[in-house]
Design a protein around this ligand. Structure first.
Ligand SMILES: [Fe+2]
Length: 216
């Protein structure tokens, strides 16, 4: 038996988007001020997260645009960007619509890391950077699809891609894509916001609960 021909190819690259916004100083300052006014213990208590009361835990905390009104501009920017991405990807936006369903804040203390996780089943997710002191940790995307047959044949295929945080930067990625954040070595807190968006049938979308206020 002789080999007649062999073909090798690389399938399905993963897209992500890095959008840098200008003129964000006032918005970011307002977001920080509004976050600093939150009584986190009361907020945890109100949401039934009693284990977080008195813990000073401020990571991965769902917020609303009532608590942080200036975050609405970030949510809207994410929503508009998702729409553009949906068009670019050929999503059926005639029968479906993109809804931003969740908003949360990361207030990451010095020395902290964020372990690998993903946002499935959300279709698109984002991180938006509000304050990024030097060496506050990079956002890393990981190629960790479970059924990978082998290490990549091409050295050009990266297994771990780091994105530098930057104030006013929004990183958008597929919700299933694994990611983590390296240690905050800055000595100061890093603050970012995250949102999840779903593509859903128009007929159903208004019945879905959203976990932040302000979306029509
Ligand atoms: Fe995340």
């Amino acid at each position: 038996m002789k080999i007649a021909n062999v073909e090798s190819d690389v399938l399905f690259p993963v897209p992500f988007w890095v959008i840098d916004f200008d003129g964000v100083e006032n918005i970011n300052r307002a977001i920080l001020q509004e976050i600093d006014r939150i009584d986190w213990d009361a907020e945890h208590q109100r949401r039934g997260l009693k284990h977080l009361v008195n813990s000073r835990h401020q990571e991965d905390v769902f917020i609303t645009t009532e608590l942080v009104p200036s975050a609405k501009q970030v949510v809207d920017a994410f929503g508009h960007s998702c729409l553009e991405i949906g068009r670019e990807l050929g999503w059926d936006l005639e029968h479906n619509e993109i809804r931003v369903l969740e908003l949360w804040a990361h207030i990451t203390a010095p020395g902290k890391v964020t372990q690998t996780h993903d946002h499935a089943p959300s279709h698109l997710s984002c991180a938006y950077y509000v304050t990024t002191p030097q060496d506050c940790g990079e956002l890393h995307f990981k190629e960790d699809r479970k059924q990978r047959a082998s290490e990549p044949a091409s050295p050009n295929l990266r297994q771990d891609v780091a994105v530098q945080p930057k104030e006013g930067r929004m990183v958008i990625f597929p919700g299933w894509l694994s990611h983590y954040v390296s240690e905050n070595r800055s000595g100061q807190r890093r603050v970012s916001l995250s949102c999840n968006a779903d593509l859903m049938p128009k007929a159903l979308s208004h019945a879905v609960e959203i976990s932040y206020a302000g979306q029509k």
